[in-house]
Write a protein that binds this ligand. Structure first.
Ligand code: URA
Length: 436
């Protein structure tokens, strides 16, 4: 069938067959389908939607556009977590070694920062020597030996998604639930997973700001992934404030290591990470119940087993052997490290989390062009939480910047992005809803 005829069918609100979807994706992968046709098709899908069968067929065709990994030589369950993206989200850095310490195998293929959100890959790139693009063999061997490896997308993993995503990004077709589902899952399913847990962020620092949209995306992902044979659950978590006490690549790595050492436990980061881990342990039958999973997780954390896994992963992937002993021996540090205070005294009642993510990009902690080099040291530490007091003794955050200009711009930005009022806000639950 002609590509234009397949596009015409979706334009006219008709249902595409499995063969038509496969034909289109084959052309995307080979290059026969041109960018204009991808733009037209993705716009037709965004406007007219796809049914569950079409979305599943699209996901599987995109998965099969490249290599599909297999882990047959590993006698264990292959699991992963995916986050829809947030600000200060360092959950993957903690979750992967925790799950490995509990007996799961986690081959995590992560991405760079997208829009205002930070990327796990950029965080690992701040560790001297750590290879985020290892050979397939080293990746495989690390997962087998350590239990976890966090790396970037390899060239041949769901290549159709790479092309389609690049076109969507510049054609206003990112915000389609069907296309987001196929994009995320094509990569996750290509990693050969038995089980997946989705951390769907919801709030002013997430791509899905309304609960209705977050639920719709969660339901779509859970439905398609389970149909495709990967047991999947989604947890909708709050992103109306920065997650944890740091934002910025090296700073977030340091916070994750401090957490694994038991030195710094931000309550929201702890709750969300533990809940996602527990769901994964139960879904993969590594634990019989959520209570049992929580006990197991707490034990490996307290005994330092998860920290050991993190250290082994860093060393096996080329990073320093003693990285966790003193992370600041290896992570870059900013020229200027200085607090910023609120103009008024009171409680922190709201923050523009997306704006805070964008302000990290201003500090060169995120990109404005795909090739841009980052300053991994910059960002924020000791970031305030909703309900905290802000006064002349309690800063909004510590700014890590390259020079006085950057410091000044970041401090002015934070003073505007964080709301201070007299009345203490009512605490909200950071676990909003679970979808299975
Ligand atoms: N992340 C992805 O990988 N794909 C999307 O479409 C959106 C977020």
């Amino acid at each position: 069938m002609l590509t234009a005829e397949i596009i015409r069918k979706k334009r006219d609100k008709q249902t595409l067959s499995k063969a038509e979807i496969a034909e289109f994706i084959k052309g995307v992968t080979s290059g026969e389908v041109v960018d204009a046709q991808i733009a037209a098709m993705t716009m037709a899908i965004l406007l007219n939607g796809m049914n569950n069968t079409e979305t599943t067929d699209l996901t599987l065709a995109m998965r099969d556009s490249g290599e599909v990994m297999n882990w047959h030589d590993i006698d264990g369950v292959i699991v992963d977590k995916h986050s829809s993206g947030g600000v200060g989200d360092k959950v993957s850095l903690i979750l992967a070694p925790l799950i490995a310490a509990c007996g799961g195998y986690i081959p995590m293929i992560s991405g760079r920062g997208l829009g205002h959100t930070g990327g796990t890959l950029d965080k690992f790139d701040s560790i001297t020597g750590y290879q985020t693009a290892p050979s397939n063999k080293l990746f495989h061997d690390t997962v087998k030996k350590v239990g976890c490896a966090i790396i970037g997308q390899t060239g041949n993993l769901a290549p159709a998604d790479k092309r389609i995503y690049a076109v969507r990004d510049v054609c206003a077709t990112v915000e389609s639930i069907d296309l987001i589902t196929a994009s995320i899952l094509s990569k996750k399913l290509a990693a050969g997973l038995d089980c997946l847990v989705m951390d769907l962020k919801c709030g002013n620092g997430a791509f899905m700001s309304s609960l209705e949209d977050a639920v719709a995306l969660a339901q779509s992902i859970v439905r398609v992934a389970n149909t495709a044979g990967t047991k999947t659950k989604a947890v909708i978590t709050d992103m109306n404030q920065v997650l944890g006490s740091t934002v910025g690549n090296a700073l977030e790595v340091a916070e994750a290591v401090a957490y694994l050492k038991g030195e710094n436990c931000n309550p929201r980061l702890h709750k969300i990470t533990m809940e996602l881990c527990a769901e994964l342990l139960v879904t993969s039958r590594l634990s019989a119940s959520l209570d049992e999973a929580h006990d197991k997780l707490q034990k490996v954390l307290t005994e330092g087993k998860a920290l050991e896994k993190f250290a082994q992963m860093v060393a096996t992937l080329g990073g320093p052997r003693d990285f966790c002993d003193d992370v600041w021996k290896y992570l870059p540090q900013a020229e200027i490290i200085r607090p910023v205070y609120a103009k008024d005294t009171g409680y922190v009642t709201a923050m523009d989390t997306r704006g805070i993510g964008l302000s990290v990009i201003e500090l060169k902690g995120g990109r404005t062009t795909p090739q841009q080099k980052l300053n991994y040291a910059n960002g924020y530490s000791q970031f305030c939480q909703l309900g905290d007091i802000a006064d002349k003794e309690h800063p909004l955050a510590i700014i890590h910047a390259s020079d006085e200009n950057e410091y000044r711009r970041a401090s002015q930005a934070l003073q505007k992005l964080i709301t201070i009022s007299d009345k203490k806000p009512i605490p909200t639950n950071c676990i909003i809803k679970k979808i299975s």
